[in-house]
Design a binder for this molecule. Sequence first.
Ligand SMILES: Nc1ncnc2c1ncn2[C@@H]1O[C@H](COP(=O)(O)OP(=O)(O)O)[C@@H](O)[C@H]1O
Ligand SMILES: [Mg+2]
Length: 283
Amino acid sequence: MTSNDTVIEAYELVKVYGDGHQIRALDGVSFSVQRGEMVAVMGPSGCGKSTLLHMLGALDRPTSGSVSVGGQDLRSVHDVDRFRARTVGFIFQMHNLIPTLTAFENVEIPMHGQTIRSKERRNRACELLRLVGLEGREGHFPHQLSGGQRQRVAVARALANRPELILADEPTGNLDSASGEEVMRLLRQLNEEQGTTLLLVTHDHHVARTMRRVMTMRDGRIENDYPVVDEATEDLRELARSSLGTRLPREDVAGLAGTAFVQQGTLTDDARCLAQVLRGLGP
Ligand SMILES: Nc1ncnc2c1ncn2[C@@H]1O[C@H](COP(=O)(O)OP(=O)(O)O)[C@@H](O)[C@H]1O
Ligand SMILES: [Mg+2]
């Protein structure tokens, strides 16, 4: 049973690529995401993160299992293009802007084919470019913009049809840290002000800890799924993964990596003390 507030419901998703030598890119992935959540997806290269995003955004079909997005079971969506245009916004590592179109025209594209009047379309494209801080750059072509600015155009484009879900695949992967932080600030602001649900793949622990939930994947499965309580908890997890962590007794590592230091959603005093001590110890 899916509640109205459930934006993503994935059940036992399996994706197998290839005929002869088969690759099981997703191997039974089940999870749900509620409206307004900000979720980071992490995991080593090749563990299935992009494949998962493709399934959620109906860019490809699972081999078995089911996905519902915004209450629609993707198996029963007939007009996939329309679904994609209306319900999800994609942001990729490479901005994927069309080089021969201006920033303004790139943002307008997803609104074509929708029942939006051209005047409203133009207004909305301007408004979105203003929102991402690119007022005055409407007529610039992608090559006339910096990497960070191009990615902000991509964010504006992803928002064109007011999607309830943004799927972002390493959106800061190609950016210097200042531009990356700018794009992340923008995404968090959208989440806070407009309640847009965000599922974001990242390799960057600093980016992940600014989300509210982290899912880690390994070999096509979800390995961990935990709330980001605050930085101290994240520091403890980071420590558990570090070489110092591996020298601790197994139970202690399990404690550090788990949520044993969190009770009823808040960090215990023990955890705060420990985090402080460990930070003092250094890596
Ligand atoms: N179109 C494809 N055809 C065949 N194998 C693929 C395809 N896309 C991804 N894979 C394989 O599926 C696995 C998961 O890939 P991917 O989802 O891209 O991982 P990640 O995004 O976590 O790096 C990898 O082994 C990859 O080589
Ligand atoms: Mg990937």
